[in-house]
Design a protein around this ligand. Structure first.
Ligand SMILES: NC(=O)c1ccc[n+]([C@@H]2O[C@H](COP(=O)([O-])OP(=O)(O)OC[C@H]3O[C@@H](n4cnc5c(N)ncnc54)[C@H](OP(=O)(O)O)[C@@H]3O)[C@@H](O)[C@H]2O)c1
Length: 324
């Protein structure tokens, strides 16, 4: 029996993972949130494929341990950048540092993410999941965009989630002042906002040689949510962890998105692991997408006109070189 379209994700999760063995020698690959779970497995897999890794993390100790682990696994070059993505100034500093030190960027994996069970505001006054999962990756991507266009072919991979199906995005209440905060919906809202901006950016990047896609990395056992209270942590450790898969599959999937030749021209799509899938209807509403794009530009301090010009100038003029 075939499941209805909105339940296809259950079937897709059981389909075999598509894989590749294409090497990434000479490619610069940025991964945010590589110190744990999905990002850590992606870093390990992509290091083995020979890419030069630039890992953006908030915990310097964990980052140094990861770098040592990667050195034992491969000869890949690994650079570390320190940044807390709940703080947009830190995102800006990380991007400036990268632009200063790396003349080319071929792969950007926006992976850092959180699931909050309570409403917490960031130093900038945003709801934390919305800030880390959406605003930070939105800003970071835009700050690196010119460099990626100049480095094309290049790929942007947004680590999104089937959790976008929980919905929760209300444009007039992004900080949850008017509603009671619900963790799954707060998480859903951040992932819907990110997905909606993926379709927008894919359109803007048409013919630029830079692709952008969103990926659900599987239901895997990681540390996500472990920042929450005792009850949630108990639920995660003793119940959830037993039904979740090994995050190695997420690492393999993200490597596939970074390297697979058959994806070189695929952009503006959502994948459940490596299977293309139709997202929930509320995440396909382009009118809301245009509004959340504008709101995100405003909240992150990016100027709409400038960003529009950046992309179109680079596309019209293939000889365009990014300023450092
Ligand atoms: N696990 C799943 O089943 C699942 C399903 C769907 C989607 N995802 C998505 O996969 C991505 C990775 O999550 P995960 O499951 O691997 O969780 P995780 O094990 O908790 O890893 C999250 C990573 O993000 C980093 N991070 C969190 N907040 C940050 C901040 N403010 N600034 C900078 N880095 C920050 C964490 O750093 P620390 O190590 O310092 O905590 C860690 O490296 C997220 O976007 C998540 O939404 C996961």
């Amino acid at each position: 029996m075939k499941l209805p379209e909105e339940l296809q994700f259950i079937e897709n999760a059981r389909k075999p993972l598509k894989t590749t063995t294409v090497r990434l020698d000479g490619k610069v690959c940025i991964i945010t949130g590589a110190t744990s779970g999905v990002g850590r497995e992606a870093a390990k897999r992509i290091a083995r494929a020979g890419a030069h890794l630039v890992l953006v993390n908030r915990n310097e100790e964990k980052a140094a341990a990861l770098k040592a682990e990667l050195a034992a696994l491969s000869n890949a070059k690994v650079d570390l950048v320190h940044a807390d993505f709940s703080n947009l100034d830190d995102v800006q500093r990380a991007a400036s540092h990268i632009l200063h030190h790396f003349p080319s960027i071929h792969i950007l994996i926006n992976n850092a993410g959180v699931h909050m069970t309570t409403r917490r505001l960031t130093v900038d006054g945003f709801e934390t999941a919305f800030a880390v999962n959406h605003l930070a990756s939105f800003l970071f991507t835009h700050l690196l965009l010119e460099r990626m266009i100049a480095s094309a072919p290049a790929r942007i991979i947004q680590v999104n989630s089937e959790g976008h199906r929980f919905g929760g995005l209300k444009l007039d209440d992004l900080t949850w002042e008017k509603r009671r905060y619900k963790g799954l919906q707060g998480y859903g809202a951040s992932k819907v906002a990110q997905l909606l901006t993926v379709w927008e950016l894919a359109d803007r990047l048409k013919d630029s040689g830079v692709t952008i896609n969103a990926v659900h990395p599987g239901e895997v056992a990681t540390n996500i949510g472990m920042n929450n209270g005792f009850l949630y942590r108990w639920y995660q450790t003793y119940l959830l962890a037993h039904i979740l898969k090994d995050p190695k599959i997420s690492g393999e999937a993200l490597y596939y998105f970074a390297a697979a030749p058959e994806l070189s021209a695929i952009s503006g799509k959502f994948f459940n692991l490596t299977i293309e899938e139709k997202p929930a209807a509320h995440a396909l509403d382009r009118a809301t997408g245009k509004r959340i794009w504008d709101i995100s530009e405003e909240l992150t301090g990016l100027h709409h006109k400038m960003m529009g010009n950046t992309v179109s100038t680079a596309v019209e003029n293939p000889g365009f070189t990014a300023a450092s």
